[in-house]
Design a protein around this ligand. Structure first.
Ligand code: ATP
Length: 282
C-alpha cells in the first residue's frame, strides 16, 4: 500500500472549486514534485493531505488512515512545512525546534534537537532569534521543525521560494537523503529546475491532475526545433528528437554556403508544462 492514496478528491470553498477530482498515489521513498499555475490547487491538496482542511468529497488515505478521522495519529507521521512561516519570531532556532518536539512528546528531546540542527546546518545560528533571520534561513528553520519527529511523510509547500542557490542545493541534498532513508516527500514548487530533481512530476491545472510522470517521460513530450540561419532568412522547423529525422531535414535544406548556423533547440520543461496546460484548456 502506498503511503498516500488519493481518489476523486474534491474541495470547494463556497462556489470556488479548488480541487475537481484528484487521483494520485505516491509510493514510499519517492519525491513527488507538484507544479501548476497560481491557484491550481497545490496548497489545497497539501492541506487536505495533512488534515488541515476538510475535503468536500472523495477519499485520502495516509499510511492507511483518514486525515480527518485520525488527525492526531497522522500528525505523528507527517512533517508539514506551510508556505508562510509558522515560527515564533522572538524565540531562537533551538527553542522553536524544541517547541515542535515537545508538541510531539518526544523523548531525549535535547539530543534530537542537536541532531536536527546538525542535519540542517543551523549550528551557527541556533541561539539567534528568528526575527534576525533572512527569509531563506527561516525556511530552513521551518524545515528543521517539520523534521524533528522523523516523519515518514514530508509535505513541503514551496520550501525553497526566496532561498539562495547554495541553500537550495543543500535543501535538495537533504530531501534526497531523506527519500533514500524511506521518507516520502510531496513538494510544491514553481521552479522547473527543482521539478526535474523529483522522481515524479505532477502537473495541476484548475484543480485537476493533467499529467503525472517521471521527469524523463515528461521531457519526451517536448519538441525539438531545427533553427537554420542563412544570409537572408531564419528557418525554423519542428523535428522529432531522432538522428534520422534530423538527417532528412538537413537534406531538405542542403548545406549551402549561405547557411551561417544550424541549431537544435529542445523544449524546456517550462515549455512543455505551458503547452500541456494550453492543451488542457482548449
Ligand atoms: P499558488 O501557486 O498561488 O500558491 P495554489 O496552486 O497553491 O496557488 P490554492 O492556494 O490551493 O492554489 O488555491 C486554489 C483555489 O482555491 C484558488 O482559486 C484560491 O483562490 C482558492 N482558495 C484557496 N484557499 C481559499 C480559502 N480559504 N477561501 C476561498 N478560496 C480559497
Amino acid at each position: 500500500m502506498h503511503p498516500i492514496n488519493i481518489s476523486s478528491l474534491k474541495k470547494a470553498y463556497g462556489n470556488i472549486c479548488a480541487l475537481r477530482g484528484i487521483d494520485l498515489q505516491i509510493p514510499e521513498g519517492k519525491i513527488y514534485g507538484l507544479i501548476g499555475p497560481n491557484g491550481s490547487g497545490k496548497t489545497t491538496l497539501i492541506k487536505s493531505i495533512v488534515g488541515a482542511i476538510k475535503p468536500s468529497s472523495g477519499s485520502i488515505s495516509v499510511c492507511g488512515m483518514d486525515p480527518q478521522k485520525d488527525k492526531w495519529e497522522i500528525r505523528k507521521l507527517i512533517g508539514y512545512m506551510p508556505q508562510s512561516s509558522s515560527l515564533f519570531e522572538s524565540l531562537n532556532t533551538r527553542d522553536n525546534i524544541t517547541f515542535f518536539g515537545k508538541a510531539y512528546n518526544l523523548e531525549n528531546l535535547n539530543k534530537k534537537v542537536d541532531e536536527i540542527i546538525e542535519f540542517t546546518e543551523l549550528k551557527k545560528r541556533e541561539n539567534d532569534p528568528i526575527y534576525t533571520f533572512s527569509g531563506g534561513m527561516k525556511k530552513r528553520v521551518s524545515l528543521a521543525c517539520a523534521l524533528i519527529h522523523k516523519p515518514k511523510l514530508l509535505l513541503l509547500d514551496e520550501p525553497t521560494a526566496a532561498v539562495d542557490p547554495h541553500l537550495r542545493r543543500r535543501s535538495w541534498e537533504l530531501f534526497r537523503e531523506l527519500a533514500s532513508s524511506g521518507t516520502t516527500l510531496l513538494i510544491s514548487t514553481h521552479l522547473m529546475d527543482e521539478a526535474l530533481l523529483c522522481d515524479n512530476i505532477t502537473i495541476l491545472n484548475k484543480g485537476k491532475v493533467i499529467l503525472t510522470d517521471t521527469p524523463d517521460e515528461v521531457l519526451k513530450k517536448g519538441k525539438s526545433r531545427l533553427v537554420i540561419n542563412t544570409n537572408e532568412e531564419k528557418i525554423e522547423d519542428f523535428i522529432l528528437s531522432k538522428p534520422d529525422t534530423l538527417a532528412s531535414k538537413l537534406h531538405e535544406f542542403g548545406l549551402t554556403k549561405n547557411i551561417t548556423s544550424i541549431k537544435i533547440e529542445q523544449d524546456t520543461l517550462e515549455d512543455i508544462v505551458l503547452s500541456e496546460i494550453k492543451k488542457n484548456e482548449s
